[in-house]
Write a protein that binds this ligand. Structure first.
Ligand SMILES: [Zn+2]
Ligand SMILES: [Zn+2]
Length: 138
């Protein structure tokens, strides 16, 4: 298992305390949090941490490819540090963003019609299985 410190050092980012804490937070929270969600939780432990620090740190992580930005809702950016490529489902009922592990023929493709592909995002919208179950019960 690579630690947060290993990951930062491998990308050449100095493993400062806020960077380590933010990366560890993302590894522990697979719900694709927003800057606000990360800030609300981390400020309890690090009272001096600002939203700007978190935002700038996330951008540095994005540049280094440690994170992926998910814009499935269209109104906010959500962050994901899972390194296995995967697609996402947005549940219109509960608002959760859920990882979808389907076979995708394009997920590793680096050339499409002569264009160089650097990122792939697969977004699905619908109702998640938990919400479907709740509806059945009613
Ligand atoms: Zn749902
Ligand atoms: Zn994800």
């Amino acid at each position: 298992m690579k630690t947060a410190k290993n990951i930062l050092e491998a990308t050449g980012l100095k493993p400062t305390y806020p960077r380590l804490r933010i990366l560890e937070y993302l590894e522990r929270h697979e719900n694709h949090p927003t800057v606000e969600m990360i800030h609300d939780d981390l400020v309890k432990e690090i009272p001096t941490i600002s939203k700007t620090t978190i935002y700038n740190t996330l951008n540095a992580f994005l540049e280094k490819g440690i994170l992926h930005a998910i814009t499935i809702t269209g109104t906010e950016t959500r962050y994901d540090c899972k390194d296995v490529p995967h697609h996402h489902l947005l549940c219109k009922s509960c608002g959760q963003i859920i990882d979808v592990d389907i076979e995708c023929p394009y997920i590793e493709q680096i050339d499409i019609e002569g264009h160089k592909i650097e990122e792939r995002h697969g977004y699905f919208k619908g109702i998640c299985k938990k919400c479907l179950k709740k509806k059945e019960k009613r």
